[in-house]
Write a protein that binds this ligand. Sequence first.
Ligand SMILES: [Zn+2]
Length: 214
Amino acid sequence: MRLLLFGAPGVGKGTQAKLLSSKFNIPHISTGDILRQAVKEGTELGKKAQEIMSRGDLVPDEIMIGIIKYRLNKSDCDSGFILDGFPRTEEQARELDNLLDEMNLTGIKLIHIFADEEEIVKRLNNRRACKECGSIFTLSEINGKDSCPNCNAKDSFYLRDDDKEEVIRKRMEIFRKTTEPVLKYYEKKGKVYVVDGLGSIQDVHNKILKSVNA
Ligand SMILES: [Zn+2]
């Protein structure tokens, strides 16, 4: 199972990645994480990336692809992987294709967890976090309560910046603009599986399994 996981902010992509990872016993590879890992391990590419980032520049594709290659070559990727956060441009998609060809890795599928923007805004705007323990609740879960069900802190609920409407809309717009060309690229190759991101976590998980015939 070799998957590219896409989803707008707020569709629960991270949660779904975790479920898929444990279901198929394959690693969830977030490009942010492996980049940090490479820097920490002090690999040749990690050192280069660090130098570039310390200047405030973006890590070039060539280095990013090298770091992904290094990661995909590890034995825990033998039965597959979930790649998250890459590719972000059509050029990166082409380079990833070349890498996968070179490594003889076939059958990659792109899962796009999709949800209507208005629904996402509504959903996130309906969340409250506890400033003491960080737990997240829906308004209906804490309706009439003045203390956190998890840690009992009093009057600790607040709307996180990330859940505010204007922030969500801005992040979604960036997501749409950057991923559209990538989605088109994979659509042309018939590799995109769109999954409805509304519904319970388990529902969405089941829909993903169904769409990839697992
Ligand atoms: Zn709490």
